[in-house]
Design a protein around this ligand. Sequence first.
Ligand code: PEP
Ligand code: MN
Length: 351
Amino acid sequence: MLVVMKAQATEEQVREVCRKIESLGFRAHPIPGAQRTAIGITGNRDAVEAGTLEEMPGVGEVIRVSKPYKLVSRDVKPENSVIRFPNSHIAIGGRDIVMMAGPCSIESRDQAMTIAEQVARNGGHFLRGGAYKPRTSPYSFQGLGEDGLKIMAEVREQFGLLIVTEAVDNESLDLVEQYADMIQIGARNMQNFSLLKRAGRSQKPVLLKRGMSATLEELLMAAEYILSEGNYNVVLCERGVRTFADHTRNTLDLSIVPAVQRLSHLPILVDPSHGTGKRNKVAPLGRAAIAVGADGLMVEVHHDPDHALSDGQQSITPDQFARLMSEIKQIAAVLDRGVVAPVSTLKPMFT
Ligand code: PEP
Ligand code: MN
């Protein structure tokens, strides 16, 4: 159920309706929009009695939401959500495109600093990098853990890049939320519902990657878990799905970008690195992702990809990243978009 307040409803009237919803034993999610505030109601197995709410001052209408996802839906919030970060000009989901770049794994302080310098110099906004790695083999490098998070925090100090890194379980999430600006939930955990609920109770924005066999509806329902716990700052990320095609690691499903945008107000990024698994396909698919309307990219960048401890084969080099940034600026302009201003005043390789 959704209570749509009248455009001229006062804040007190919104609060009164929320109190009423909570007194009926449900949870109220007031979501302010450009025209009016909508209040999502969750926790109801049966229909809420619309009559009691409809008569309250300031209420425009009470709508039954028939879709399984509610808070992520454009029914609740017709305009795009823009995710902002404290003390930063960086926003995700606005007019301008955002770039998350960095190694698959944080391997050492030197490695992270070297790559971060190139990412910042060439216009990247976030350093990505795993401290907790969900690896297929238990014998593969599992990440540096908290030491990796400390290195990332140092990178933020040094270069002004924001930090996005994956939490693989509730314990790592406790640490990731202390150090990072954004919590990444990986493809393998997209339907780890207790982890999603924990992320929903965090104050930090969440980057939710699509599961490797997840449908659009399953992705939106996973995001709904996070919002239903009160964290509305969620960004989706397409990273490829499993198909019969074997010329790439995964099949990057770019059509999900406009499909998500039709149904949901949440921003969506694309990861052409995990999406293709091949270095020579990262830039072409990255360019295509911007053309299709993504709000940004997440790409793996490594200064020495042949010796990377994970995913070297799909990591682009810093000069390839610099070139991609310059191409993206031009593609964005065609769509009347720009790229978020750089965090660094260092001179880029290409302009
Ligand atoms: C990652 O981005 O580090 C990662 C492991 O990606 P995914 O969850 O999409 O496989
Ligand atoms: Mn990787």
